[in-house]
Design a protein. Structure first.
Length: 353
């Protein structure tokens, strides 16, 4: 199915009346105005998203999307591709970092395999939507065709429940930092040197391989997005140098915004998907919050492109959704103090003149 018209359906704006009411409440709480910093704006953002001056974090949905990448053949990762399927099983068994964090946060976790070299059809707890044994090597051909891209986007969208208070997207795929760097380079007009980092921890030779692979992909496919309008440029970049899981993240982020569900974006790969989602549908930007600043090279540039200020900066670079899930505790704290602090009137405390 190649119908992607749903991607461009209008996204409702956050409720500014509710935001104003939440701001007014913040100004009545027993503290100097602005003294809780980002905790205050996190609370007022959620008020606007939920249309409620006292928002709650009732249901958190986490979808971890996995897929392999043909560009791994270029020696761009320190790990073999078999690790992707092995980690899918680890996610489903609850042993991965993000699975532990999800349990601690009370999140509902789904693991979606869109196409790995090693199958996971017999692994309990995995939703298998097989688009192929990974993408093609984008230095030699398009990573996927347009129909497969459409399938990946819609598969991501299907993981977002309109009843969620918050959606987090995670990812797993050997060589996916290379693919994400190529997508970002395509969207931002950069090259491999500006977007590529060490990912899983490659040595200098591996880093050079990654940069060369990104530059080769840009050279081969650049005509597909150069001078194209933003939505088509984003689709072309995802099709030519993207990954199944990166496309699924993109589709999930668009669908979340359309369904009125805020998104807490993770690190470099998820942020590249968020940038693609905003290029496809600019209204998505109003529904994004960023969990952390990754130590992966290139993430700061993506955040700048999105005008984003992340909640945390802990030198993390694991991916999986782990940085975003770690930030959930801060969001819970923000909503708790917003809802439960006494006002000056409640406490009998004199307000400023």
């Amino acid at each position: 199915m190649t119908d992607m018209h749903w991607l461009f359906e209008q996204v409702a704006a956050p409720d500014e009346t509710a935001r104003a009411a939440a701001v007014a409440r913040q100004n009545e709480l027993t503290k100097p105005p602005g003294s809780l910093g980002r905790l205050e704006t996190i609370a007022t953002d959620f008020a606007a998203w939920q249309g409620d001056a006292k928002p709650e974090l009732a249901r958190i949905g986490l979808a971890v999307f996995a897929a392999d990448h043909g560009v791994a053949a270029r020696g761009v990762s320190a790990f073999p591709q078999a690790v992707t399927a092995q980690m899918v099983a680890n996610f489903a068994a609850g042993g991965a970092a993000v699975a532990v964090l999800a349990r601690e946060a009370g999140a509902e976790m789904t693991v979606v395999n869109l196409g790995t070299v090693a199958p996971t059809d017999t692994v309990p707890g995995v939703l298998n939507h097989h688009l192929g044994p990974g993408t093609a090597d984008f230095t030699q051909a398009s990573a996927m065709d347009r129909a497969t891209l459409a399938d990946a986007l819609s598969t991501g969208a299907a993981q977002v429940d309109a009843g969620l208070s918050l959606f987090i997207g995670g990812e797993m795929g050997i060589a996916n930092t290379t693919s994400a760097a190529a997508v970002f380079a395509a969207l931002a007009g950069l090259d491999g040197a500006a977007t590529v980092g060490r990912g899983t921890g490659v040595d200098d030779a591996g880093l050079a391989n990654k940069q060369a692979a990104v530059d080769a992909g840009l050279a081969r496919h650049g005509a597909r997005w150069q001078d194209a309008p933003p939505p088509e440029a984003a689709l072309a970049a995802l099709e030519c140098v993207g990954g199944f899981e990166i496309a699924a993240l993109t589709g999930a982020f668009v669908a979340a915004a359309q369904r009125g569900v805020p998104v807490l974006v993770d690190g470099f790969i998820s942020s590249v998907a968020a940038l693609a989602a905003v290029r496809l549908n600019p209204g998505v930007a109003d529904w994004l919050m960023f969990g952390h600043r990754s130590a992966e090279a290139g993430h700061a540039r993506v955040l700048d492109a999105l005008g984003a200020t992340p909640i945390l900066d802990l030198d993390m670079r694991l991916g999986e959704g782990s940085g975003a899930m770690t930030a959930v505790a801060t969001i819970r704290a923000a909503l708790a103090v917003h809802a439960k602090m006494a006002t000056f009137t409640d406490a009998g405390v004199a307000n400023s003149a």
